[in-house]
Design a protein around this ligand. Structure first.
Ligand code: HEC
Ligand code: HEC
Length: 340
């Protein structure tokens, strides 16, 4: 099973809080380039790989590439074409259409907090974020990476940035590295719940506080949605493919283990209120219905996770869990960058 880095597991959280208290927060690397102020969050710093350090200039370049439609085959479809900030970096659609006109078979997930994952996509088939970005660039935006890199080198504002960041022209590899560095900086923090946890008792409602207790306790949600990302990256079948004519094999596609059939990655629930519709098939339109589904224990399926069982949460309690999840919405500043 792929897991989050151990630093994110229960228990490390207290240690991290102590680090923060010791004033080490100032050592955390830059986050989004538009982020000037201090960020309020229980999330630790993302670690960037040794061969792709996340410098501010590289992250700023990656952000421009992410919103630039010139990276695509048609010249019209940016990465942002399916991952919009206002929808929690998703697209508000059940399934989306790729640059080549074909429909995706899975719902667009959020790209918040992907830097904490150890495998990418709903089924975890990419072992590095760089491999995932290259695949998305080719398949979702229909790009011929060598052609796009050549085009970028004809745009002076890009050529100078690649020279400054990588000491050379744009290449498929450096485009991917800049995009991945930016994705690692895309952390969902600065939520009312983070402020509450840091002592601002008026930052959230009484319902949100009750909802947190239910999430961690009676609802047993945190068995899989572990703080502080509220998604541990483990793969579980939660019954959503049950009864479908041709069920999505999910994780079993990667592991070839029949027990992993229709298991999907446990997503982060930070900023989840922005990213309707829900689940890998986009089948549930509202957050309340998604919580209701999970709290019911899910549909019967021979491979369903034993961790998902009926919780007996009442209607009122479900609404309190929803209030808690809404308090996890990131309020960080973000402005679309200017393109060269
Ligand atoms: C046409 C819509 C579309 C476009 C355009 C698009 N994506 Fe995605 N993205 C998706 C879908 C759908 C998935 C999930 C696919 C799956 O899991 O099988 C995804 C998954 C991802 C993930 C993995 C998230 C996770 O939790 O593992 C990342 C990161 C990502 N995309 C980044 C990008 C980047 C970078 C680009 C531009 C090169 C891009 N996307 C363009 C639809 C899109
Ligand atoms: C067995 C582990 C497990 C438990 C327990 C669990 N979840 Fe989940 N949750 C998942 C997985 C896996 C997914 C993705 C499933 C899919 O799309 O196939 C998910 C998806 C979700 C989503 C949709 C997120 C999105 O971006 O589409 C919400 C909301 C959610 N869970 C809330 C809850 C709540 C609230 C509880 C407690 C009542 C809970 N979950 C309990 C594993 C779990």
């Amino acid at each position: 099973m792929n897991r989050l880095s151990p630093a994110l597991r229960h228990g490390a959280i207290a240690a991290f809080a102590a680090l923060l208290a010791a004033g080490l927060a100032s050592c955390m690397p830059a986050r989004t380039p538009s982020d000037a102020g201090a960020r309020v969050s229980a999330l630790p710093a993302v670690s960037h790989p040794v061969d792709n350090p996340g410098t501010p200039a590289k992250i700023a370049l990656g952000q421009q590439l992410f919103v630039d439609p010139r990276l695509s085959g048609s010249g019209k479809m940016a990465c942002q074409g399916c991952h919009y900030r206002q929808y929690g970096w998703t697209d508000a659609q059940v399934l989306s259409k790729r640059d080549d006109g074909k429909m995706n078979t899975r719902h667009t997930p959020t790209i918040y907090n992907v830097g904490y994952q150890t495998s990418w996509y709903w089924d975890g088939r990419s072992a590095t974020l760089e491999a995932q970005v290259l695949a998305a660039w080719r398949n979702q935006t229909g790009a011929d990476p060598a052609k796009v890199a050549a085009l970028l080198n004809t745009i002076p504002g890009y050529a100078s940035q690649f020279e400054a960041v990588f000491g050379g022209p744009a290449t498929p590899e450096t485009v991917v590295k800049a995009l991945a560095a930016w994705l690692r900086a895309l952390v969902s923090t600065d939520s009312p719940w983070d402020r509450y946890e840091q002592g601002q008792k008026a930052a959230v409602s009484k319902d949100a506080i009750a909802g947190y207790a239910l999430f961690m306790g009676k609802g047993r949600c945190s068995a899989c949605h572990t703080p502080p990302t509220y998604g541990n990256g483990d793969f579980h079948n939660v019954g959503l493919e049950a009864g479908k004519a041709s069920p999505d094999p999910g994780r079993a596609n990667v592991t070839k283990n029949p027990a992993d059939t229709s298991a999907f990655k446990t997503p982060t629930l930070r900023s989840v209120a922005l990213s309707a519709p829900y689940f890998h098939d986009g089948s549930v339109p509202t957050l309340e219905d998604a919580v209701r589904y999970m709290a019911s224990g899910g549909k019967a399926d021979p491979n369903k996770s034993p961790l998902l069982t009926p919780t007996g949460l009442t209607d009122g309690e479900i609404r309190q869990v929803v209030a808690f999840l809404k308090s996890l919405t990131s309020e960080e500043r973000w402005e679309a960058p200017k393109l060269p």
